[in-house]
Each structure stands twice: as C-alpha cells, then as structure tokens.
Design a protein around this ligand. Structure first.
Ligand SMILES: *Cc1c(COP(=O)(O)O)cnc(C)c1O
Length: 405
C-alpha cells in the first residue's frame, strides 16, 4: 500500500494569503465604493526594461532559425550569463566568486527551498522570525522538524527579530542549541531591515568558528543604495568559506513572471572533504535542465550599460514609493523599519496585525499584509509593499492618513 510523505501533514495551511483574499473578496462584495489599492503582495508591477525585452526578442528569433537554434543548454547556465554575473555582481565589489561557482536557475524560491536537500536529516536549522515561509516549510517537508505547536515547529530554532535588535538577529539569538545551518535574508522580507558589514561579519566569524553554513537570501540586494551597506555576503572576508548566496532577477529587473535567478556556491566550501559546490552541481544537473535561452539572454541584458541604467531607474521608482509610504506612516505616528534600501515598509501599529488590516481595508480600501502572517514576532506589525504605481501609492497613503488620523 502506498504511503505518503507524513511530514506534509505537519504543515500549517498557509492561511495568510488565502485569508487576505477572503477578507478582500468580502469587502469588495459589500463596499463597491472606491477601487481597492493593493500594497500587500510582494510582486513587481512595472514592465521589463526595453533593453531586456530587445534581448529577449533576439533570443526568440534565434530559436526560430536553424543556423543558431539551441537545444538543451548547460544545466549550470550559459557562460555568457555566468561570466556577466561574476564580473558585475562580484568581481566589481571585490568578492572572490568565479563563474564556476554560479548556478543559474528559474527562481530563488526554488533554490532557497531546494538547497536543504544537501544536508543530513538531523541537521540543526535556524530561521528568522518573522520569516519568508519557504525556508520553514521546505525543512518541514524534508522531515527536519516535529509538529507545529503554537505556530512554531518543534526542532527548528527561531531567531527572534525585535525592535531591540532592529530585526537583525545575531548569533546570540540562537541560544544554547546553536545551529548548523542558518537562513538569513537581507534586505529582509518582510521587515525591510538591512544588515551592516559588521553585523554580517559577526555571522561569518561565527559560522567559520562553528563549521556552520549560512544560507544568505539576497533577493532584494538591488534596493541597497547606501554605499556603506553590503549587497553580497561575500563582501565580508571569510564568507566564501561558510555562505551560499541566493540572488534573483525577479525584484531586481522585473522578472517575477519571466523567471531567472542564480545561486552562488563557492568552491572554497568543503564539508566532510566534499566540495559543496560539486554536490549542488550534482543535484542541480540531475533535477534541473536549465533556464530557457531567451530568458538567459534577457537576464544578461540586465548587465549591459542600458540594462544597468534602466533597472536602476526601476529600483529608484519603487524606492521613491517606499519613501512616500514610510513618510506617511511616520506622519501618522508609527515607528517604521525598511522603506530605505528595501521595497518593504514594516510598521508597528501596536494593535493586532489583523485589526490594522481590517481597519485599512474598511476605511481606506487599501490592502496590506498583516505581520503576524510571517511569524509570531510579526504580531503588532504590518508590511506595506512599494510595488505599485506611484499615483496609486500616493492615493493610498492619503486614504491611510485620513482613515487613521
Ligand atoms: C521574491 C523573493 C525571492 C525571489 O523569488 P523568485 O523565485 O526568484 O521569484 C526570494 N526570496 C525572497 C525572500 C523573496 O521575497
């Protein structure tokens, strides 16, 4: 008799976006007054930049032509893209990362979710709280946790993000149990918090001393405009011996619907005498057959001078929205995090996250995300996303100020 993976039964249903959709639908059915403005979901709204579209079209044309048609590409990604990434994202910032350490994929969600396959079942894992749920759920599916009790899985270590640590946990937040694998995400989703070089150095030194591994999610690095802040963990000396980094073109260049990302597994990381890079290469080339050629061409165009200019403008557009949102929430009198070097504004409302959600939905016809959906430490906070048109954002903040004042 077939038996199912029993660990899936431990998963808590993701009530968050289902519940948001239900409340929004109820509201829309009973209050057909103003159009809703959605500042909830973390998806971009601006179209792909012109230089990216041109390269994308060229790639499609090449595929329709016998002379330069391409079948399966290299599983690790085309050299032209990996070389462009290594040069612009790492060499230019002094990071010791080569094209050989870069694995092109169809998303950082899959990569952050899949990477844990390389570790033993009883590996001790730590995640931040609030958290991007993918880190948690994929470890639950793999059987690395016990049951959920009060919203937290037994056997998983939660590093608490608080006002006191500015939502940047340090190795001290691991407690006595420690961890062998730690997930970090900066700029953070959902809090918008960024980590300084000193804060990341504390993690890198800890990991190298312990023989632990950091899984660093840098999906929002493009939003870092403060030159003092690191975009990559490899800007920290020694990180190439203890950290894997996940990057994505989704938020950087508007690729959420186009799909391209990459993971960096430095050749210097060895565990039990085995190069982690070689193990990921084995896993990636066994289970993945590469990102489509036109998409990789489109991604490479991000690194052209025009592509850099255009994606820079995209980021600046969203950052201006974030600034407007944060200024408005501070005007209402709330403490805020993020919204600088990040597309998310994390707002302390001091009441239940869902109560604030309902108030803003009913009185302002604005949709945000309740912080409690990202973990226990998110209760009392909301996340407001800058991914929308500027006009809509301006209208939303006016409505919010009126509703809350
Ligand atoms: C959006 C996002 C990603 C990127 O996911 P893709 O699959 O590349 O679109 C990764 N991590 C976090 C925290 C995100 O918010």
């Amino acid at each position: 008799m077939i038996r199912l993976n029993e660990h899936y039964a431990k998963l808590q249903a993701s009530y968050l976006f289902v519940e948001i959709a239900r409340r929004v639908a109820d509201h829309a059915a009973t209050n057909p007054a103003r159009p809703l403005i959605k500042l909830g979901i973390g998806d971009v709204t601006r179209p792909l930049p012109p230089s990216v579209i041109t390269a994308f079209h060229e790639g499609v044309e090449e595929q329709g032509n016998a002379a330069n048609f391409r079948g399966y590409g290299p599983e690790q990604g085309y050299d032209f893209l990996r070389e462009a990434i290594a040069k612009a994202d790492f060499a230019a910032r002094g990071c010791p990362i080569s094209a050989n350490d870069i694995f092109v994929s169809d998303g950082a969600k899959c990569d952050t979710g899949n990477f844990q396959e390389l570790f033993a079942p009883d590996t001790r894992v730590a995640v931040p709280d609030p958290v991007y749920p993918v880190y948690v759920d994929t470890n639950v599916m793999a059987g690395r946790t016990g049951a959920a009790v009060d919203g937290r899985y037994e056997g998983l270590t939660y590093m608490e993000g608080t006002e006191a640590n500015g939502f940047v946990p340090s190795p001290k937040d691991l407690g006595s149990q420690g961890a062998e694998v730690v997930y970090l995400c900066f700029p953070n989703n959902p809090t918008g918090a960024t980590a300084t070089k000193e804060q990341l150095a504390e993690w890198v030194d800890w990991a190298n001393a312990q023989g632990s591994l950091i899984l660093f999610d840098a999906a929002y690095e493009a939003f870092v405009t403060n030159p003092e802040l690191p975009k990559s963990i490899y800007e920290i000396p020694g990180a190439d011996r203890c950290a894997v980094e996940f990057r994505s073109f989704s938020k950087t260049a508007g690729f959420t619907g186009t799909r391209c990302a990459y993971t960096v597994v430095p050749s210097a990381i060895e565990i039990d005498g085995i190069k982690l890079r070689d193990m990921w290469n084995r896993r990636h080339s066994t289970k993945f057959n590469g990102v489509s050629y036109p998409v990789q061409k489109a991604a490479a165009a991000v690194y052209s001078p025009e592509g850099q200019k255009e994606t820079g403008d995209l980021i600046a557009y969203y950052l201006e929205n974030a600034r407007i949102i944060r200024a408005a929430m501070e005007k209402v009198g709330y403490s805020c995090w993020g919204g600088e070097n990040s597309p998310y504004v994390w707002v302390k409302t001091g009441e239940s996250s869902w109560d604030t959600f309902d108030t803003l939905l009913k009185k302002a016809d604005v949709v945000i995300t309740p912080g409690s959906g990202f973990g226990r430490m998110g209760e009392g906070f909301i996340r407001i996303s800058a991914f929308n048109d500027k006009e809509r954002v301006e209208e939303a903040v006016e409505r919010i100020i009126t509703a809350l004042s």
